[in-house]
Design a protein around this ligand. Structure first.
Ligand SMILES: Nc1ncnc2c1ncn2[C@@H]1O[C@H](COP(=O)(O)OS(=O)(=O)O)[C@@H](OP(=O)(O)O)[C@H]1O
Length: 320
């Protein structure tokens, strides 16, 4: 069967994904290999008319596989959110407003959980966020009709107050102390004040090695619900485009993920969708006490260390 050249394949524009083309590239690579099986040799001699029909059906198969995968991911994420809300009293969503978070907000809104206040949104103002992050939050609050619960470093109303005590470069002189004061403490305080028993977030397996085996629910107090655990970064963008959602304005300036100003940089677009590519511009020039590169601020890592195993422990960590 003569495969069409990948560049000549019309994009099926199924959620704007390139998978059809890349699958064809893979197949073509196999075809041009010296090691053809007898069946492959034979298939090369099939009449061209049959080959043309085969190409169409392959494209249709790939398109329908992709569509059913996306449908499953969406149903599974909605199912996880409903399960959390149906079975637990205080489900909260700490939201950093990056692409996956926008997907979760939209799913929560479709379930009626934002407007009703069933799932409160937590926003940590670290005093070091980009101004665009604040304006984007206000825009989403207006669109989905919710008001985020904003938490700041304890004892400070403004960045000026904070700097008067800690200076302007604590994140350089003592990054762990900076994380504790500006992120971890306000985050822990928010979970406590809202009596959280389930915490939603947008962590996914393709974020990197630390999250490679993430499950949709993770044991602990609070229980963590990761509705996008099995999604890829590309799936989040497909959802955003398919539903014409507004997204953080800094994505259009080359930032795949957005955190604090001092530690977030743009990333070349071709790297965004590589494994761990989304977070490759985060935590720049930061190291852990053991000298390894920092990949987490400690919000989730620290809350793991300080929480107990919850009732779902056996569900999420069943032995092989
Ligand atoms: N500003 C702010 N407000 C509320 N919640 C926040 C905030 N920053 C991070 N988070 C929560 O922490 C999750 C991991 O974030 P990150 O490791 O990407 O960033 S950071 O280290 O916290 O800056 C992050 O997961 P995502 O849902 O994937 O964004 C959130 O659950």
């Amino acid at each position: 069967m003569a495969l069409p050249s990948p560049s000549s394949v019309p994009q099926l524009k199924l959620n704007g994904h390139d998978c059809v083309r890349s699958s064809l590239q893979l197949l073509q690579l196999r075809r041009t290999s010296k090691h053809r099986t007898p069946a492959q040799q034979q298939s090369r001699q099939l009449p061209r008319t049959r080959a043309a029909g085969g190409d169409d059906s392959l494209l249709r198969f790939l398109a329908s596989s992709k569509a059913s995968r996306m449908q499953h991911l969406e149903e599974q994420a909605l199912g996880a959110l409903s399960h959390a809300a149906d079975n637990y009293s205080n489900v909260v969503f700490p939201c950093a407003l990056i692409t996956g978070d926008v997907v979760i907000l939209d799913l929560l809104s479709r379930l009626g959980y934002l407007h009703s206040g069933r799932v409160p949104v937590i926003f940590i103002d670290t005093f070091h966020l980009f101004p665009e992050t604040h304006s984007f939050l206000h825009s989403l609050e207006a669109k989905y009709k919710f008001e985020a619960h904003t938490y700041k470093p304890q004892g400070f109303e403004t960045k000026k107050d904070y700097q008067a005590k800690h200076g302007s470069d604590l994140y350089i002189s003592n990054v762990d102390e900076y994380d504790r004061i500006c992120k971890v403490e306000p985050f822990q305080r928010s979970l406590k004040e809202l009596e959280t028993d389930v915490m939603l977030n947008g962590r996914r397996r393709d974020h990197g090695a630390e999250r490679a085996h993430l499950e949709v629910f993770e044991a602990g107090k609070p229980l963590k619900c990761n509705p996008l655990a099995y999604w890829e970064f590309r799936d989040c963008w497909d959802y955003v485009h398919a539903n014409k959602l507004e997204y953080h304005p800094l994505h259009d300036q080359g930032f795949p993920s957005i955190g604090d100003v001092q530690s977030t940089v743009p990333v070349p677009k071709e790297k965004w969708f590589e494994y761990a590519g989304e977070r490759s511009g985060r935590f720049q020039n930061m190291t852990n006490p053991d000298g390894s590169a920092k990949t987490e601020c400690g919000i989730h890592v620290m809350s793991d260390a300080t929480t107990e195993a919850g009732p779902a422990a056996e569900l999420v960590s069943a032995p092989p």
